[in-house]
Design a protein around this ligand. Structure first.
Ligand code: CA
Ligand code: CA
Length: 302
């Protein structure tokens, strides 16, 4: 039977001190059942104990202890599927995001998901969904990082490329890695400009594998649709941009053995930089580079 971590097993801080709620072996497939970022407080329906308290924000399900994972290893998380709940929710905020001056008060709006693939935005407009995971990470190296904040451990990266079919690489900083996730979005554009995506509960099925003695990627790192991506967060977009570009440049240069003059040119010619989000306590940028060019220079990702 496949291991399933229910949405009762949530926390709001990623930390080495967080007690694991489940254990698995490297290579296992695990289902994470997740609450929405408002702790399921807005969408009506039966509540589990602990659900529905709106003061508890951005709950992450977990953490999962992966047996054999040791500090210095990397965790490969293959996102096999995301099953969304029947309804999602968005909010306006008078205090956060790019448009607070537009709104006098916080308001919420609930959306119905149609056929699991679309949302009816208004009478005339139906939008295709692009399910993604807002919060996914391991325990950080030191300190505790709340689930609102993205950083080197992953966390609230709000990267819309982290969805079904994506392989995500995360650091292992503590025994077992301690993987958690939550804050699913049915749809979200780059930037998450207003303050939220189409926030939704759901179930994520992942395969987790411990990597050791193999080529190390600069975590957090994602692969999807023939693109490799560094995903970096910092206090400002400028810093996050430099961090993400340099993470890719360092990896490309080292793994290919190319002269930095040549790898730098390839970066300028072929890498695409995008804003993941501008609304969290740290800003997140990703830099994408074509996998086929890496393979041309004999870089094989683990
Ligand atoms: Ca988020
Ligand atoms: Ca969210």
């Amino acid at each position: 039977m496949m291991l399933k971590i229910t949405r009762q097993k949530v926390h709001d801080v990623m930390s080495a001190k967080q007690e694991p709620v489940a254990f698995c072996e490297s290579g296992d497939t695990v289902i994470f059942e997740t609450r929405d970022c408002y702790n399921d407080s807005i969408i009506p329906g039966p509540k589990q104990p602990g659900e529905g308290d709106p003061s508890y924000g951005n709950p992450a399900t977990g953490p999962l202890f992966v047996r054999g994972a040791k500090p210095g290893d990397q965790l490969k998380v293959e996102i096999l599927s995301i099953d969304l709940a029947k309804q999602g929710v968005m909010r306006t905020s008078p205090t956060a995001g790019a448009f607070p001056h537009y709104y006098k008060e916080q308001t919420f709006r609930i959306f119905d998901i149609v056929d699991g693939t679309h949302v009816q935005f208004d009478e005339g407009l139906r939008l295709k969904l692009n399910p993604m995971i807002g919060v996914i990470g391991t325990a950080p190296e030191s300190d505790e990082i709340d689930t609102h904040t993205p950083f080197d451990h992953g966390g609230n990266m709000d990267c819309n490329k982290i969805g079904p079919g994506t392989t995500l690489y995360l650091p292992v900083n503590v025994e077992g890695g301690l993987l958690s996730m939550g804050d699913l979005h049915a749809l979200m554009g780059d930037g998450e400009v207003m303050i939220c995506g189409l926030e939704i509960a759901g179930e994520v099925t992942v395969r987790v594998t411990v990597l050791r003695d193999q080529l190390k990627v600069p975590t957090p790192f994602a692969v999807r649709d023939g693109r490799a991506m560094t995903i970096q967060s910092a206090d400002t977009l400028d810093e996050a941009a430099a961090k993400a570009a340099n993470a890719m440049m360092d990896f490309l240069t080292k793994a290919s053995g190319l002269d930095p003059r040549k790898s730098g040119m390839l970066m300028s010619l072929l890498s695409d930089m995008a804003v993941c989000q501008i609304v969290d306590p740290k800003m997140t940028i990703r830099v994408e580079f074509p996998l086929e060019i890496m393979e041309h220079y004999h870089i094989q990702l683990p």
